[in-house]
Design a protein around this ligand. Structure first.
Ligand SMILES: Cc1cc2nc3c(=O)[nH]c(=O)nc-3n(C[C@H](O)[C@H](O)[C@H](O)COP(=O)(O)O)c2cc1C
Length: 341
């Protein structure tokens, strides 16, 4: 088995076991802006979560800016008792990335991930995210600056900016930086999420890693829907250390469950109620959250049963968590009883 470069990551590798106690790849929930905050991370944990969590990406320049730092507080908030996620930061300046990474340990963070894959126009205009693929020298400086924090540093990126072939040079550059983990979303920036992830390149990338930096953990991302599919991919490509799942969790909150079991409507409603409660808790104690943003989740929990779409439609008309609770209390009892029959 691969020896990770730090005790932090070695612990994650060692703890990842299948039902028979055999080593398996570690699974993580992908960092997702406006999704993977402390609220949703805790809901997914309740549903049977992954081994590793990431925060939403957080602007390093705001973290070190005296006035802006409060605006990003909610992104890095972690609840007492919650499993500590990895902080994902983004930026283009070594001072900001280095300064931000140094603030993380006092917030309880034990690892930092640098975003080098975001395709968003505003982030690219700031010479950050996937734009770093076009500026590898800056990428190298950012990694070095983050390492000064003493935290284990990982990078999440794409294959290239415009062309798939760019991965030869780009990934080689990153592997040479001795990062702990390289997470690769198997697409270019140009491809966004519109074409299938390039699974055909996995073995070549494993060979590159083995040649250049054999102790860097390799985590795959893109189009992997759940634990079962992740395990199949890892089995077909020995050398894969980690599997990262993003949108799969938005389709199925139980995506990390090892067994594909049927979940009852009552269980799903309980997850939704937990999300409502945590939404209120975070709004009161950390930062106001936007109620409208909650609506994207209704379809995750309420699907696959008779009258699901009518119930969702009613919930889409709501404006506060208590209205959602009232509708659930009024209608769900009967639906759950029907399901039991
Ligand atoms: C709503 C949303 C927000 C995202 N925000 C981030 C982010 O903050 N940082 C990041 O590295 N990637 C972000 N991504 C990309 C995902 O982490 C992941 O790379 C991508 O969705 C592909 O994986 P998947 O097919 O499993 O979803 C985001 C994706 C989605 C759908």
């Amino acid at each position: 088995m691969r020896q990770a470069k730090s005790a932090y990551w070695q612990n994650i590798v060692d703890s990842a076991k299948d039902e028979q106690g055999n080593p398996r790849p570690f699974f993580s929930m992908a960092p997702m802006e406006a999704v993977t905050d402390t609220i949703f991370r805790r809901v997914v944990a309740k549903a049977g979560g992954p081994d590793v969590y990431y925060t939403e990406f957080t602007n390093a320049a705001s973290m070190v800016h005296p006035e802006a730092k409060f605006s990003i507080q909610g992104r890095l908030a972690v609840a007492p008792g919650e499993q500590m996620p990895i902080a994902q930061i983004w930026g283009s300046k070594a001072e900001a990335i280095g300064g931000a990474a140094k603030l993380l340990p006092e917030m309880g963070y034990e690892a930092v991930d640098i975003n080098m894959g975001c395709p968003d126009g505003t982030v690219i205009k700031n010479s950050s995210g996937s734009d770093l693929i076009r500026h590898p020298d800056t990428a190298v400086e950012l990694i070095a600056a983050a390492k000064e924090s003493g935290l284990p540093v990982s990078v999440k990126t794409r294959l290239g900016f415009n062309k798939v072939e760019e991965y030869h040079d780009w990934l080689e550059t990153i592997f040479k930086q001795d990062v702990q983990v390289l997470t690769i979303h198997l697409r270019t920036r140009k491809e966004m999420s519109k074409v299938d992830a390039h699974f055909e390149l996995i073995d070549d990338i494993i060979a590159m890693r083995d040649r250049i930096s054999p102790n860097t953990l390799l985590q795959l991302n893109g189009d992997i829907k759940n634990y079962k599919q992740g395990m199949e991919i890892a089995a077909a490509h020995p050398g894969v250390d980690g599997i990262m799942i993003g949108r799969g969790v938005l389709e199925d909150p139980y995506a990390f469950n090892h067994e594909e079991t049927e979940h009852t409507l009552a269980e799903s409603i309980d997850l939704l109620k937990l999300q409502l409660d945590l939404f209120d808790e975070v709004t009161k104690t950390v930062t106001p959250k936007h109620f409208e943003a909650l609506k994207r989740y209704f379809k995750i929990y309420l699907r696959g049963f008779a009258h699901a779409s009518q119930l969702r439609q009613m919930l889409m008309e709501t404006h506060a968590t208590d209205e959602v609770r009232a509708i659930l209390d009024e209608h769900v009892g009967d639906l759950v009883k029907n399901e039991d029959r």
